[in-house]
Each structure stands twice: as C-alpha cells, then as structure tokens.
Design a protein around this ligand. Sequence first.
Ligand code: SAH
Length: 356
Amino acid sequence: MDLAERFVKNHKLADREEYRELLKQSEDKEVAEYLRREAVSLRKQYYGNKVYIRGLIEFTNYCKNNCYYCGIRRGSYRAVRYRLTREEILDCVKKGWTMGFRTFVLQGGEDPYLTDQWMADLIRSIKELCPDCAVTLSIGERSLDSYRRLREAGADRYLLRHETADEKHYRCLHPEEMRLSVRKQCLRDLKSLGYQTGAGFMVGSPGQTYRELAEDLRFLQELQPEMAGLGPFLPHQDTRFAEEKAGSLELTVRLLSIVRILLPAVLLPATTALATLDPAGREKGLAAGANVVMPNLSPLKNRKQYMLYDNKCCTGAESAEGLSKLAKSLEELGYELSMERGDYPFPIGTLFTDPI
Ligand code: SAH
C-alpha cells in the first residue's frame, strides 16, 4: 500500500520501475479498490457528477499508414474505403447540433486528400454553423505548420494517441517507416500551439507487459496532456494480430484509475473499445474515473466501414441515436450527462521544457 499511497499523494512516481511496481501491486484487489475510490473522488473534485458527451464523426477510412493492429491500415485490402464529402460532414454537425452536441470530434485515417486548405475550410464552416462548439481533430501525424494552420482555422483540441511509449514495443506494432520520435514530436507541437491535447495507448496490445505500460505512464507524467484515450486492444481479423487475445477489462479499468490519479483534471473517455469488449464496459470505465463518452454521429451507411477492430460497437448508447438511452442509464448511475463544451478547466498551451 505504501507505494499506492505515495502515488495518490504526489500524483506521480519517481521512475519507470516504480510505475511497474505500482501496476504489479494493483493486482491486489484491495489496492485496486483504493486506487479506484481515489480516482472517483478526484473526478468529483474537478467535474462533479458530469459526464461529457462528444459527437464522433469518422469521416474517412483512407489511410497511408500501415499500423499492424489497425483494421483500416493501408494494407487492409478488404476494407471498403469511404470519405465523407464536406456537405455530409456538415450535415452530421447540423444533426448533432440540433441534438445538443457542442463538441465534434473529426476522426479519420491519414488520408492524403485532407490538405491543410481542405481541413481549414471545413473547420471554418463548422465554426460558422455553430460558433460556440469545440472542434477536436484526430487525423494523425502532420507538420507543425499544418497543425498551426488548422489551429488558426479554429480547431480547439487534438487527439493523437502515442500508442506505446516504448521504442521496442513501438517497432512490434508499426512498420519501419513510422517513428515513435515523430509521434512524440507531434504531441509536443500540438501542446505548443495551444491545442487541448490527447495522448493515450491501447491496453493489452501484442508484446505489451507492465514494463511497457510503465513507460506509457511515465510518458503521460512528462507530457501532461489535457485528454487521455485508453481502451483495450481488440483484434481485427484482417491483421497479423487476428489471433491475439483482446486486452483485459480489469486491467483497462485499473489503468483508467491510475491515469485519473496521475492527471487529476484530465478528460478521460470510457471508450467504444471498452464498451465493445464488455456490455458493462462503459459503466465500469466511468466507475474507475472516466468522465467522457463519445457517441457515434457518422452517417449510418458508413459506420460499419470504420472498422478499427472486429465487432466495433456503433449503435445503442455508442451512437447519437441512443443519446436519450445513454442519458437515462447515466442518470440511474448518479451521473449527469453534460452537453456543454467541457473544456479542460485550466490554462492550455504552456510550453513544457523537459524533453520527452
Ligand atoms: N489516424 C488517427 C486515428 C486513428 S484511429 C491517428 O493516427 O491518431 C483511433 C485509435 O483507435 C488509434 O489511436 C488506436 O489507438 C485505436 N485502435 C486502432 N486499432 C485498434 C485495435 N485493433 N484495437 C483497439 N484500438 C485500436
């Protein structure tokens, strides 16, 4: 318990080895429950009972990258490719706006069609349609200049999971032409431009042990992102990891609690992957310290095509159509569904000086 107590008190540990030890010790039910309670109490302190709702628009599944785990990677020949038109995206936004959504998350593969000009025009149109909404981008690695142009066009937030902070493990998940150092630089660039920035990783990805997860936690401690995305790894049938085991529910929720303690005010989703893994995944994620849910706002005809992993949920409470059902189930659990923008509650954009 000593280590867990010190972590709760300081919101950080000394080094990778201590994070590894914390992960090991949290296998103990009592330690895990202690961390969970502390995580929930921190979330309450910063956000009360609010759970923030973000509208997710998966607008292209074209991708020039070939991440080994991903169902829409370049080499996934069976993936049926689509790209929403600007009008279709704006229709999703209008629909979401009418339902009360005030954050739109534009996510996609690294589609070469998405030039700075095209993206900037899109962002400006969304901001014209709904001046008080927040626009979150999740379109992968780009140059500092490109991130700057999109920020100037009005983008508020950017999600870019680092996926793994360990070099060797990164090589096990990505092809030769991709670089962990580039990913980390992108995150640093995004922060320096004043984006509310989200990093994160998959739990239980092939080759991952506590050693790698400990480095992920250490990296988050250093980066201090405003948002963190973590969900279980889930296999996709057309990838080399088709036969690998999915990440565990128990470990994912334990990590959600640890990340909440590490970054007390972080915006932390109970992810679709968690809800896909287990019917009670979303509830368990919230009970572990998560405070964001991202229902799918994409056109119904395309939802099945954004298949990052097998059986990805895109209906019911994971969809915009299921919003009232989601609200009801959250209320029953004592949460309050919030459609506000829900920005990070502290100043953004502080340049951090430590090297990542
Ligand atoms: N192209 C963007 C968006 C990627 S999709 C980018 O590079 O950031 C969003 C997230 O889905 C990824 O960051 C990854 O963590 C997750 N993902 C991809 N394949 C997955 C799988 N098989 N299991 C679980 N999560 C997966």
